[in-house]
Design a protein around this ligand. Structure first.
Ligand code: HEC
Length: 226
């Protein structure tokens, strides 16, 4: 009894009786929960548990999306994919363009340029550190028909040439928002406002399901052991 009443002070918590009860041995992702009185494992064990890990193979996390095209199926993606984020009115489109614009300026503009002309600061007419010329979204090639939303989406998912995949930077909804924004940049270039009426006009086909997968909550059985 007396021994358990060690005095605490400064960084020292004093003696602890059964510290595993006070300091959980459960661990959280990306947080090193090592505490000197933990008895489950060494400091090194705890550090390892806090490291980022890959998702479990062959599983789909709740809310995660599935992209149904292989990298080699670019042509098919171009022919079939439409923007899955469909604003119902101008107000919703304005919000999408604000979010998409922010994301574009963070993740794409360094290479593709703020106006989408392929001449961002990293390329800078060939004087920048980046060796390859990024695609110009406001070139005729990208504005004219045949350049479906799928072309953009496919490039964001798999990258293209020296461009890396951006799936770790943008979730599926954000990718489509960025694509809306690129369409609006093209509108500025071609002098046709990208408003709610124009959104429908760029559609090519019916989009296959690229939206988030919803997994139903299993029915709760009161008698099942927890
Ligand atoms: C580090 C530089 C860099 C960044 C950042 C970057 N790209 Fe690219 N991107 C390139 C280059 C270079 C190419 C040309 C690749 C080629 O054609 O070989 C390219 C090509 C593309 C293409 C054309 C694909 C095609 O079918 O020809 C699209 C679409 C594209 N990028 C979209 C994006 C979007 C959207 C973002 C932001 C989420 C982005 N890129 C970020 C460098 C970049």
């Amino acid at each position: 009894m007396v021994a358990s009443c060690g005095r605490a002070g400064g960084e020292d918590t004093g003696h602890e009786y059964m510290p595993d009860m006070a300091h959980s041995i459960a661990y959280e992702a990306n947080y090193n929960s090592y505490y000197r009185n933990n008895t489950w494992g060494t400091e090194e064990d705890y550090r390892k548990m806090a490291e980022p890990r890959k998702p479990v193979a062959n599983t789909i996390a709740r809310g995660e999306s599935v992209y149904h095209y292989e990298e080699s199926e670019r042509e098919r993606a171009m022919a079939e994919l439409n923007n899955a984020v469909t604003p119902a009115n101008q107000e919703e489109l304005d919000d999408i363009l604000t979010r998409g614009g922010n994301l574009y300026n963070i993740y794409c503009a360094v290479c593709h340029g703020e106006e989408g002309n392929g001449n961002g600061p990293l390329y800078n007419n060939g004087d920048g550190p980046y060796p390859a010329r990024p695609a110009s979204f406001i070139s005729d090639d990208f504005i004219k028909a045949g350049n479906s939303d799928g072309r953009f989406y496919h490039a964001i998912v798999y990258g293209k040439g020296v461009m890396q995949s951006h799936t770790d930077k943008l979730n599926p909804e954000e990718r489509w928002e960025v694509i809306h924004y690129i369409r609006s940049l093209q509108g500025i270039k071609s002098g046709t406002a990208y408003d709610i009426n124009a959104v429908g006009a760029v559609k090519v086909n019916v989009a296959p399901d690229t939206t988030a997968v919803e997994i139903e909550e299993p029915a709760h059985d009161e008698h099942a052991p927890h």
